[in-house]
Design a protein around this ligand. Structure first.
Ligand SMILES: C[S@@+](CC[C@H](N)C(=O)[O-])C[C@H]1O[C@@H](n2cnc3c(N)ncnc32)[C@H](O)[C@@H]1O
Length: 465
């Protein structure tokens, strides 16, 4: 009974990276959902804070999250916390000694770290902090190099670098459990990637997308706008089989001009398969195919566990899809004798309608769609996020690109199989209207930039595509 009591009152502390703030909670929630868990956050919970206290989990749940998270740096079993060191002491002295003992007995080795957020402490001050913890019943031997157990005192000095308080705003003490997967951001950086393009997705965001999509081992994941395959790289790292399509022959076949400095043409093996080979996941490469996403070639059945994609916004140039002579109007004679497929504008509203409808038909139940929605910030409200009767909106996270532009990472989950009615319902949905006149959206997107974000030297802050 006592053991159960002490087990149920355990709390965990997550130390999170202070970038991509909006993406962190959906990442942690998705990873817990992957293990069919949810959590309660305690009263100190602030979504933008570097530390979160979590209740209602066991150590295995936390380890499973840390084995995947690129937003969390480290996780601790929380032994005590408070607004001051004195409150911390009171809290620590209440922590059940039977929960401490396995990690503090005389045959164990340990180390205590001191971590300060938004302040740097002198070495001597760190030592003072460690010495002050002697009220805890440490019986083991200190080992700085290879301790069996690592404890950490964490001090939070707030998030304002221009107003750092003398004393911490909050302090925590806990037993280190696991680190997150932040090193994946370096090891998979597009800077060192074999095959890249102008719109290759940043490694950190690619892993976040894979986590929001709850991608897991042996899943089949599809990217309909695959480009250089950055999203496939991330999903294969988590054990999924990956497949992609793109309308660009050169991208699919790894040919054409290189976007690297000092290199005119792509090399013989610059392609998506080689990217997976670079990271040891080639066995999970199903294939990539030249195909227009507006005209899917698939049987109407659930094929994919996740669809994760970065659609062409056409911000820099208008987006195209294949057309046919039947779409030609009188006077379009210039194309009439062409044998090459004719291309026509692919409006953003159509891209999103097609993507949602495709996902409703081709995701398995419970499967997730994760994609980016470009946004002109002054016009944004939650009402413009495209919906579909078969897809439940799970999260909607903003990445700000400039004062007037951003993109939102939208995560949806398939909750029912589509019926004929469902296909029609979202076609009339006014949510798609901001993206209806594609060129109008582009003009607005850039007018905002020209007026407000273009600097005196003529460079602009935009980071879109
Ligand atoms: C933003 S990029 C994707 C970048 C990719 N995530 C990467 O990491 O390289 C969009 C891609 O969509 C492709 N595309 C544009 N229109 C398309 C269409 N109608 N069907 C399929 N692919 C299309 C473009 O060729 C481009 O490679």
């Amino acid at each position: 009974m006592a053991a159960n009591m002490s087990r149920s009152c355990r709390q965990y502390l997550l130390h999170l990276a202070q970038d991509n703030l909006d993406f962190r909670l959906p990442e942690i929630e998705s990873l817990l959902a992957l293990g069919r868990k949810s959590f309660n956050t305690n009263v100190n919970f602030k979504e933008t804070a570097p530390f979160w206290c979590l209740d209602g989990l066991c150590e295995e749940d936390v380890k499973a999250v840390m084995a995947r998270s690129v937003c969390a740096k480290s996780a601790y079993e929380l032994w005590g916390h408070g607004r001051t060191h004195s409150e911390l002491k009171t809290s620590l002295l209440k922590f059940p000694t039977e929960n401490m003992r396995p990690f503090m007995h005389q045959h164990s080795t340990y180390r205590i770290n001191v971590y300060t957020f938004n302040k740097t402490l002198e070495f001597a001050d760190r030592i003072k902090r460690i010495d002050a913890m002697e009220y805890l019943p440490f019986e083991g031997t200190v080992s700085l190099k290879s301790p069996q157990h690592v404890f950490c005192l964490l001090e939070d000095y707030g998030t304002d670098p221009n107003n750092i308080p003398e004393d911490p705003e909050y302090v925590y003490f806990g037993r280190w459990i696991a680190d997150g997967q932040r090193e994946l951001i370096q090891s998979h950086s597009v800077k060192n990637r074999h095959f890249i393009g102008n719109t290759s997705m940043d490694a950190g965001l690619s892993f976040i997308m894979a986590n929001h999509a709850k991608v897991k081992q042996n899943d089949v994941v599809f990217d309909p706008f695959v480009g250089t395959g950055s999203l496939l790289v991330a999903c294969s790292q988590f054990g999924a089989y990956v497949f992609g399509t793109d309308i660009d022959y050169n991208i699919i076949h790894g040919k054409g001009r290189s976007c690297r400095k000092n290199q005119k043409w792509r090399g013989p093996d610059e392609n998506i398969r080689a990217n997976l080979r670079q990271y040891g996941t080639e066995k999970l490469y199903l294939d990539v195919m030249l195909s227009d996403a507006s005209k899917p070639v698939w049987r109407k059945t659930a094929l994919f566990d996740a669809i994760i994609t970065d659609p062409p916004y056409g911000i820099r140039e208008s987006t195209r899809r294949t057309g046919s002579h039947k779409d030609m109007k009188p006077g379009d004679a210039v194309y009439a004798e062409s044998h090459v497929p004719v291309s026509q504008a692919y409006h953003l509203s159509d891209i999103f309608k097609d993507l949602l409808s495709f996902s409703a038909h081709h995701l398995v139940l419970g499967g997730r769609l994760v994609y980016w929605l470009p946004v002109y910030r002054p016009d944004y409200s939650e009402e413009i996020v495209p919906l579909h009767p078969c897809l439940q909106l799970i999260s909607n996270c903003e990445q700000v690109l400039s004062s007037h532009t951003s993109r939102r990472l939208i995560t949806m989950e398939k909750v029912k199989e589509p019926e004929d009615m469902d296909n029609q319902a979202h076609l009339l949905d006014p949510r798609f209207s901001p993206y209806e006149g594609h060129n109008a959206f582009r003009q607005k997107y850039f007018s905002g930039l020209k007026k407000r974000d273009t600097k005196e030297d003529g460079t602009s802050e935009v980071n879109g595509q």
